[in-house]
Design a binder for this molecule. Structure first.
Ligand code: 8DG
Ligand code: MN
Ligand code: MN
Length: 397
């Protein structure tokens, strides 16, 4: 049945977190169709059932990406756990049989979906705002720009920037551009804190050649972190150079994980104003925490729009995420900020189901023993979870 004689369906079904998905997998048509349905239901959902549908299609698409052979016969799809025996399997079967699915094409061209896609491409906009705009009669990016004054969005809100820089931010960021920006930011951070360790995470670390943003992760010992607030310092340095278009900094400390902080930049120094910091991060709250454990919670990050040199124009805006982690958090932050999102979902679910562990970008918490599991490297994290190590480029679920 399978062209790959080593393929073992039981083993494939047994543990989702053991699967590997490379970017250049063998079932792009099927995965594209299932991902479109995932996107449809995650943008246009009305009910909790619709949201669950989106997650089910995400799992189904991921399963197909992990198959080590090209599906040529619908029987090869039978019995794959995450494809189920209903909707996703039916669509996948249609694609294999005819290369076409009526349902997918109808959804792809659905007017409402197309508008929702456009709206959600505005930085800061998600399905609930898209729904509001759609109900107001807006349909296109032009509508949003033209009727922006009626949209009840304040000038310093990220959405105003999302609209103003819509074209810039929807132009893919190329690997070389990301690398150059990454090097620049790293050099700047090293001047502030020579011992800092940085990595370029997100899609680029998984092997993508372009992406929607640059994700930079910083690691520093707890002591320096407390002294410097390194991410804020880096952001301020970039601002002094006039490179910050907009930014939002947030910082949380302590097991309650809630801290509201605000550090507006000097007025007039940036292209526009940046303000406001506010975030609520949720951590596992059971158990008590001694001083050492408390440290593992600290986290800071900055979402930003920065200026990138552009040969054709003075500059263009790009999305950059700066994320801080302490040395003890680093391997966990690496995994969390490498992604992809579906891979993380799967790892976290597995950690919970198999061990009653809570996995996040700050650590791995054993809820039975009330303790955090230390890790020096990403491999240690996989060892804790009794999983084979997966390279970043195998995490494209
Ligand atoms: P792209 O930018 O190339 O389009 O793809 P990506 O790099 O995979 O997407 P991303 O949206 O930049 O997200 C990268 C990873 O970062 C993703 O796996 C999830 C993680 N991530 C966020 N936001 C947050 C957050 O607020 N907290 C944590 N812990 N992780 C986050 O995107
Ligand atoms: Mn990214
Ligand atoms: Mn990002």
């Amino acid at each position: 049945l399978y062209p790959d004689p080593d393929f073992d369906l039981n083993k494939f079904n047994e543990c989702v977190a053991e699967r590997r998905a490379v970017l250049d997998h063998q079932n792009k048509d099927i995965a594209e169709a299932l991902d479109l349905l995932r996107e449809y239901w995650s943008l246009c959902h009305q009910t909790v059932t619709d949201e669950r549908r989106a997650l089910a299609f995400a799992r189904a698409a991921a399963a197909v990406k992990c198959l080590p052979f090209k599906v040529t016969n619908p029987r090869q799809l039978k019995g794959i756990k995450d494809l189920g025996d209903g909707h996703a399997l039916r669509v996948a079967t249609q694609i294999v049989e005819s290369g076409h699915s009526q349902e997918v094409e109808e959804k792809r061209n659905d007017k409402k979906f197309l508008s929702f896609q456009i709206f959600c491409k505005v930085f800061g906009v998600g399905p609930s705002i898209a729904k509001k705009w759609y109900a107001m009669g807006l349909r296109t990016a032009e509508d949003v720009k033209k009727r922006f004054d009626q949209l009840d969005v304040s000038k310093d809100n990220m959405i105003s920037y999302g609209v103003a820089f819509y074209d810039d931010l929807n132009r893919p960021l190329q690997l070389v551009e990301a690398e150059n920006t990454y090097k620049h930011i790293t050099a700047l951070a090293q001047r502030i804190l020579p011992s800092v360790v940085t990595s370029m995470n997100g899609g680029f670390r998984r092997g993508k050649s372009s992406g929607h943003d640059l994700d930079v992760l910083f690691s520093y010992p707890e002591r320096e972190h407390n002294e410097h607030g390194l991410i804020a310092a880096v952001r301020d340095e970039l601002d002094k150079k006039g490179l910050v278009v907009w930014s939002r900094y947030s910082r949380a400390d302590g097991p309650r994980g809630v801290e509201i902080d605000s550090s507006p930049l000097p007025a007039g120094s940036a292209k526009d104003h940046l303000l406001v910091i506010m975030i609520i991060l949720k951590y596992p709250l059971d158990g008590h925490f001694d001083q050492l454990e408390r440290r593992d919670f600290s986290t800071e990050k900055n979402l930003g729009l920065f200026q990138l040199a552009d040969s054709a124009r003075p500059w263009r805006a790009i999305r950059v995420d700066l994320v801080g982690s302490t040395t003890t958090q680093y391997p966990y932050a690496q995994i969390g900020w490498t992604g992809n999102k579906q891979y993380n979902r799967c790892l976290r679910q597995y950690a919970k189901d198999a061990f009653n562990y809570s996995l996040s970008s700050t650590g791995l918490y054993d809820k039975r023993q009330h303790r955090w599991l230390p890790a020096q490297t990403e491999r240690d994290v996989f060892d804790h979870l009794k999983l084979s190590y997966r390279e970043p480029w195998e995490r494209n679920f």
